[in-house]
Design a protein around this ligand. Structure first.
Ligand code: ADP
Length: 448
């Protein structure tokens, strides 16, 4: 290549000299050759500069999709440049694409991400973080993070320079009625840059607090009957009692043992409901025959609890099957009927109905003439261990878990629990099942 270039130049020079020698000798002799050579050199240089300029023009232009138009030895250079350019373009497109994918992945993350430069200014942040801290992903770029996040706990953490653990702060939109708690963790990288990760832990904190309350409640519920039982055992051991007294204490002990047993059974029911998958779509339950059993148990409970009993009315529609788990439906329906019996004074009336409405939704309802419930309690009735009247609940063998079980069963069957009540007049608890959960059968014993 190199020799080719020297050879071409020498060839042009000699051609120029020969040309000059041939045309000009009669006037200037040998100087004709020199002039010819110079003319050839000048012509070559002009052409070369022109070629060089066209390549420089191509380099400076924006569009490198086509190779530069060049000839001679510049064509090789232009071709090499064009190939490099294309390689660079391809690499750049690939890098841009990778960066785009990387940023979309961070955007999709449930965690907030902020990149800070050496001066603690926001370089980039994702939508989740903007949502956590009310940032504007475009407007707030280049803002100093401490101007936007002014929580004193965050400022102290930020300035400490010790980022081994995370901190938890309130989100700017957090209020006392709707707390929003955000965990923030800083990580240093690349000589002074920082990565800020944020996570909404409101639900996690609520779940943790519910778990703590639950454990405290269960311990309390078990401790009370255990203390009573322990007291009776001591009495039986240490005091010489008449046979009648001994029997009396043993009956009271059996009552406390039953109370603990009911509590454990309800807890097991709840944990089974939480652990098991939703009922299978192929399970069909004959609600009418389920309610025959509920009816006879209700009569029995009413008579045990109150000598006069209650006026019990069962209005049950036959021929309908319900998609769901028989044991769960039985437990929910029996819980509602038992509550009505336990809270309605003797002689009161309790109506249990199972109907299908015109829009094909089905309703299981228990209406009583009991004490009723004040409106402020109604939204909290399905919370575990929530009781309107604790002593009444315990007196009648309540665990405080019945309506929590009902709510769980309802959710698992796509149903909703509707509670209406008026103090002094009575209450109505209804489970409303969607139409698709129901199937009409002429003969309820021929379910297939
Ligand atoms: P419990 O075992 O205490 O009855 P539940 O979860 O079944 O627990 O019910 C929660 C609370 O709702 C009860 O303690 C009671 O105060 C109230 N409640 C439930 N059913 C009735 C009802 N039919 N009439 C009046 N109050 C009721």
């Amino acid at each position: 290549m190199y020799f080719k270039l020297i050879f071409i130049r020498l060839f042009i020079l000699l051609s120029g000299a020969l040309f000059g020698y041939g045309i000009l000798p009669s006037f200037w002799g040998i100087s004709g050759s020199v002039l010819g050579m110079m003319a050839a050199m000048i012509a070559w240089t002009v052409i070369d500069i022109h070629r060089q300029q066209s390549i420089i023009h191509w380099i400076r232009s924006e569009d490198h999709s086509l190779p530069a138009r060049a000839s001679g030895h510049w064509a090789d250079l232009a071709d090499k440049l064009w190939r490099l350019w294309r390689q660079f373009d391809k690499q750049k497109t690939e890098n841009d694409e990778r960066l785009k994918q990387f940023l979309s992945a961070i955007q999709a993350s449930p965690n907030g991400v902020v990149l800070l430069d050496q001066n603690n200014r926001i370089e980039w942040c994702n939508q989740t973080c903007a949502h956590h801290f009310d940032f504007d992903v475009i407007r707030d770029v280049d803002q100093n993070i401490t101007n936007l996040l002014r929580d004193p706990v965050f400022i102290a953490y930020f300035q400490s320079g010790k980022y081994d653990t995370d901190i938890v702060i309130n989100a700017p939109k957090s209020t006392s009625s709707h707390p929003v708690r955000i965990s923030v963790h800083l990580h240093e990288y690349d000589r002074g840059r920082k990565l800020l990760l944020s996570r909404d832990i409101t639900l996690l904190e609520q779940a943790e607090s519910m778990r703590r309350d639950f454990v405290a409640n269960v311990s309390h519920e078990i401790r009370t009957p255990l203390t009573v039982l322990g007291g009776f055992v001591d009495t039986l051991i240490h005091l010489p009692l008449e046979e009648a007294e001994r029997l009396h204490y043993l009956k009271l002990m059996a009552e406390q043992a039953r109370r603990m047993q009911s509590l454990v059974e309800d807890l097991l029911t709840l944990s089974k409901l939480e652990a098991n998958p939703s009922p299978h779509a192929n399970e069909w339950v004959d609600v009418a025959s389920l309610l025959t059993q509920v009816h006879s148990e209700a009569e029995h409970l009413s008579q045990i609890m109150y000598p006069q009993g209650h006026q019990l009315n069962f209005e049950v529609m036959p021929h309908y099957l319900m998609n769901g788990a028989a044991t769960e439906l039985m437990s929910a329906m029996a819980n509602l009927v038992n509550n009505a019996i336990r809270y309605t004074p003797e002689g009161g009336s309790i109506t249990v109905s199972w109907t299908v409405h015109a829009d094909h939704t089905a309703e299981f309802a228990v209406t009583d003439t009991g004490p009723g419930i004040a409106p402020e309690h109604i939204p909290r009735l399905t919370e575990r261990f929530y009781r309107v009247d604790s002593s009444r609940s315990r007196e009648t063998g309540g665990t405080g878990l019945g309506l929590a079980i009902v709510k769980h069963v309802a959710q698992r069957h796509g149903a909703r629990l509707q509670i209406t009540s008026k103090v002094g007049l009575g209450s109505r608890f209804a489970l409303i099942f969607p139409a698709e959960k129901l199937r009409f059968v002429q003969d309820t014993f021929n379910q297939d």
